[in-house]
Design a protein around this ligand. Sequence first.
Ligand code: SF4
Length: 301
Amino acid sequence: MLGFSKSPWIIHYDASSCNGCDIETLACLTPLYDVERFGVVNTGNPKHADIFLVTGAVNLQSRDVICNIYHQLPEPKVVVAVGACACSGGIFSECYNIAGGVDSVIPVDVYIPGCAARPEAIIDGVVKALGVLEEKHRSMAAIANSIDKTILERAVQADVPEILALQKIAYQSEAEIYGDDSLPALQQSLADMQADFDQMIFLKAVVNGKIIAAVRGRVMGTTGDISRLVVHPYFRGRGLGPRLLVEIERAMPPEVTRFEARTGHKSKRNLESYARHGYTVFKTEQFTPTIQWIFVEKQRK
Ligand code: SF4
């Protein structure tokens, strides 16, 4: 944790600012404030960042970019809204193209008011963000230490937003493997998953009240179609995936005599896991120029 608090890596995104808050943010790096001497690093790569600092209100163009950057930051992460526009939409809040403040698309941890926000306030906000980051690290570590107390159970409708957020985090590593984020799991909307919920069996793995893994299955005649087996990246390699796979097979009704699943051709870990559980490949299908689906099956014993 010391490394995070002594040298926070920050990524800055201008959502649609008038540039006032951007200039103040950059002023923090100039010799007068020189936050780099405290170890603060302004990175351009979300995968290296701990803190996501956003200036300006969210408009229809920046909304998707904000979500994209946010999902690429590794967990735990902290979001800081800098200036009145990022906090609430500010003077632009009633414009036809403004969706609102940053919290209209992603959760915000620290709000820095001001128009423009002063560099001293921004530095103070980053220090607060470090406190939040430390707290999130502690809670993740506590969850990891209680992993043996994980409960596997049927999800309820109210779990859908949390499962969708988990799915988007978990599938980032797949998008990286293929250099392609058009995977259906990353594109799924809340309404779409809510519709799925009425027709599928959703299982979740819960520890300390947090959903850290999930899977779903659909009954199609005598076939049980298993999909979206997701484990939070922080909790991988602890046997949650195999446990969920066994549980979803058990949860299928008696008329199901065969299980089917699919994964991408480069997802070696998934393919090995299915093979270990007795699944064999029965067909392949080109999905995009970069992704080929491998379909696996297994007879119920
Ligand atoms: S808060 Fe003020 S200075 Fe900052 S982006 Fe909005 S209008 Fe510009």
